[in-house]
Design a protein around this ligand. Structure first.
Ligand code: IPM
Ligand code: MN
Length: 369
């Protein structure tokens, strides 16, 4: 298959993790005889520095003419600590999602047996957890009208949803539930919010078309607690933009590191693949960031084009890396691998017909910092 992939490394650890996932995609192309063409462009704080715009025209144009986008991370502390900044790196990602109509953000969560001791939660609670979160991505409070009064003492962010916006993401979530364990949980705040009541009404209506899917409804405060108390009760979680943002970070605690969680942002004409983590500026250029979330995002990219065998091979390679502790310091406190070494181990597994390179494993574990 021929694919043109836009590469947007962004800020902080973005370039380092993207480097590894691009290498993995190149290895897949080589092994399966595909032709993937990569072209990079700036986004985020780095684009503000260079062009005064977190999403330069050129970057957007590249994304529009590409088949898929591989996205690194966005954000810089110099903006986080300056609430009066008029231009912010995050606007680049939000504008990209909106411009490309990436309305569904899919965030899978797997608890690897090998890593249960990395989570602060008890093993019997998290062992075997397998959840997919469907987060609505182009609506809600993120994109509603904003205002700041003249005296700068009152601010508003409008939360709005239409039936159409709810329906299109819900359809994907119902279909995912059908292909998984036939359970869908809508997370909302319908006891307080009008938008949540619209979500509930719409989901109840659609549930009739998916009789085999068991649907339940949870208020977001309770859902936040249930995720920690008994995450195994969940199969597919469907929720609005901001609740999905918050709950997916919380859910990553189950996996043991936020550096493991990938995502796909899907629209009708475009698709973007990014780790759920941020730019982790403290780790920038230290070669310690976990590249697995980005690598698993590239597996989701392959899934999107029905390259299932290829995607599964990446996931298998990641599992082998985890199994053999070829992992970065967030998961491996005794003999950590560097970002590059984790990527290289996974790459070699793919290129060497799924053979584990034990020699490299030893080298990896002895040469680190
Ligand atoms: C995410 C991030 C973004 C979001 C930020 C960087 C705008 O936290 O993708 O989860 O809030 O959606
Ligand atoms: Mn987030």
């Amino acid at each position: 298959m021929k694919l043109k992939i836009a590469v947007l490394p962004g800020d902080g650890i973005g370039p380092e993790v993207i480097n590894e996932s691009q290498k993995i995609l190149e290895a897949i192309a080589q092994r399966f005889d595909h032709s993937f063409e990569f072209e990079s462009a700036s986004v985020g704080a780095i684009a503000i520095d260079k062009f005064g715009n977190p999403l330069p025209e050129k970057t957007l144009a590249l994304c529009k003419r590409s088949d898929a986008i591989l996205f690194g991370a966005i954000g810089d502390p110099k903006y986080d600590n300056d609430p009066s900044a008029k231009v912010r790196p995050e606007q680049g990602l939000l504008a990209l999602r909106k411009e490309l109509g990436l309305f569904a953000n899919i965030r899978p969560l797997t608890a690897y047996d090998k890593l249960t001791d990395q989570s602060p939660l008890k093993e019997h609670i998290i062992k075997g957890v397998d959840i997919t979160i469907f987060r609505e991505l182009t609506g809600g409070i993120y994109f509603g009208e904003k205002s700041l009064s003249q005296n700068e003492e009152v601010a508003t962010d409008l939360c709005s949803y239409s039936k159409y916006e709810i329906e299109r993401v819900a359809k994907l979530a119902f279909q995912a539930a059908q292909s998984r364990n036939n359970k869908l949980t809508l997370v909302d705040k319908a006891n307080v919010l009008e938008t949540s009541r619209l979500w509930r009404k719409q989901i109840a209506l659609m549930a009739k078309d998916y009789p085999e899917v068991a649907v339940d409804y949870l208020f977001v405060d309770n859902a936040a607690m249930q995720l920690i108390l008994n995450p195994k009760q969940f199969d597919v979680i469907l929720t609005e933009n901001m609740f999905g943002d918050i709950l997916s970070d919380e859910a990553s605690v189950i996996a043991g590191s936020i550096g493991l969680l990938a995502s796909a942002s899907i629209g009708n004409d475009n698709a973007l693949f990014e780790p759920i983590h941020g730019s982790y500026p403290q780790a920038k250029e230290l070669n310690i960031a976990n590249p697995i979330a980005s690598i698993l995002s590239s597996a989701m990219l392959l899934d999107h084009f029905n390259l299932t065998e290829e995607a599964n091979m990446i996931r298998e390679a990641v599992e082998i890396a985890i199994q053999h502790e070829a992992t970065t310091p967030d998961l491996n406190q005794t003999k950590p691998f560097s970002t590059e070494q984790v990527g290289e181990f996974i790459r070699q597994f793919i290129l060497e017909e799924n053979q584990i390179n034990f020699e490299y494993l030893e080298i990896g574990q002895s040469t680190i910092i």
